[in-house]
Design a protein around this ligand. Structure first.
Ligand code: RFL
Length: 387
């Protein structure tokens, strides 16, 4: 029996899509390369924007997915150690995001899908897609090495930037855009008390940020010079010293660093987000810098649009499916522009005094021009697309 949809990848995009399709009574199988504990423990994003929260509310999944997730309140921007608070939800007309660590969201989406009888196959190796322009099939090997084949009506490529889906599309069918922001970011996860509010610090020593990851941990970010230094070689004491200087907080308590990563400050978009009967969603189609916290939210928004479009197509109307890529790319480029705008505002421009002045003017405008504050908060909350 063919399956309606095979979803490749059990990250935020794949699991959101799986849950929404399940709610709509559409059959799907999710294939995930990793094992369950790896997927459930991967720590990345921390904020579900207001728009993303509404997707789960409208699907009747709020109880299972959002329970206990605190609403976002203020964002603190520190300029040369001087604190400035932005009441983002108030500026956005009451639309607040939620603090939801990505691994918690994934764990909950996984549990909700399985509780509803969902078919999720972990440790699916050598996943390959076939006959995408006619009658799609997906093959994979299970943990014992046995090969399986799934015939389906549609394939959803939700397997992240390094996945197999986008790479299976003939090169001449895709246009790709890559942009290197020319900045290095080093991120550490530490057992250190979270800040009162999400905190970003701007100054001539370089950008730094601190975000809560649960009640007893923080994720920190530090700008560094790619090519000129390797922050992974910094002793932890040096990382803490740099954070204290940049955050303008000599009393910042240190803690055990449990994870160190380089984050590529790179943007990427593949167009179109579809090939034959395969549709890409989330990082498989686009990556965005963490500035503005839109990566996970774009993945969820894509999955939402795709769930609606696949459901209609399987019921006989494929209009929305034909529009899927255009609709999602509009939001993607809107968020790419926002992320770039934000990046320009908060990073030190390595001694370019003109750009530094422009960045300061951009920063000041947020606090002195109400319309500018509202526009910023609107993007942070997630935008409704006018189609
Ligand atoms: P994911 O989360 O990468 O999930 C893809 C899934 O597919 C599986 N997979 C395969 N399965 C089967 N066969 C294959 N061949 C496969 N290849 C891969 C993978 O194992 C995985 O389970 O993609 P998705 O669902 O599109 O979600 C995207 C988000 O994860 C990503 O955009 C965010 O994490 C980006 N991001 C942030 N986003 C935010 O909104 N706010 C943030 O503050 C934020 N911080 C971050 C981030 C990403 C980071 N890293 C490491 C990339 C901080 C970091 C450090």
């Amino acid at each position: 029996m063919p399956t309606d949809v095979v979803i490749i990848g059990a990250g935020p995009a794949g699991l959101t899509l799986a849950n929404l399709l399940q709610r709509n009574g559409i059959g799907c199988v999710v294939l995930e390369a990793r094992d369950r504990s790896y997927v459930e423990e991967r720590q990345r994003a921390g904020v579900l924007d207001h728009y993303g929260g509404r997707i789960f509310e409208e699907a009747g999944l709020a109880g299972q997915v959002l329970a206990g997730a605190p609403l976002e309140t203020f964002l603190e921007l520190r300029y040369d150690g001087e604190p400035h608070l932005l009441d983002v939800p108030a500026l956005a007309g009451g639309r607040a995001g939620r603090i939801v660590p990505q691994q918690l969201l994934v764990r909950r989406l996984l549990a909700a899908f399985l509780a509803g009888g969902g078919d999720l196959r972990f440790e699916a190796g050598d996943v390959a897609v076939h006959d995408l322009t006619s009658s799609p099939r997906v093959t994979y090997t299970d943990a014992s090495g046995t090969t399986h084949e799934l015939a389906c009506s549609y394939v959803a490529g939700c397997d992240g930037f390094h996945g197999v889906s986008r790479r299976s599309i003939p090169e001449d069918e895709l246009t790709t855009y890559t942009f290197d922001h020319g900045i290095g970011w080093y991120t550490v996860l530490a057992d250190a008390p979270p800040p009162r509010h999400p905190l970003m610090a701007i100054g001539r020593h370089g950008f730094a940020a601190q975000f809560a990851r649960g009640t007893a941990a923080s994720r920190f970010y530090l700008q560094y010079k790619p090519g000129a230094e390797d922050p992974r070689a910094w002793p932890d004491a040096e990382t803490w010293d740099k954070l204290r200087v940049r955050l303008g907080d000599p009393d910042l308590p240190g803690g055990v660093i449990t994870d160190r990563e380089i984050v590529e400050m790179r943007s990427f978009v593949a167009e179109p987000m579809a090939y034959g009967k395969m549709f890409l969603a989330g990082d498989a189609a686009h990556i965005i810098t963490p500035m503005g916290a839109k990566g996970m939210n774009l993945a969820i928004a894509d999955a939402h649009v795709l769930a609606g479009a696949l459901t209609s197509a399987l019921r006989g109307d494929d209009t929305a499916l034909r529009d899927y890529s255009d609709v999602c790319l509009r939001r993607t480029w809107d968020y790419q522009e926002f992320s770039r705008w934000f990046t320009e505002m908060v990073h030190d421009t390595e001694g370019d005094p003109f750009r530094r002045k422009l960045a300061k003017a951009r920063f000041d405008r947020l606090f002195t021009n109400h319309a500018a504050g509202v526009a910023f908060a609107d993007m942070m909350s997630g935008v409704e697309l006018v189609t």
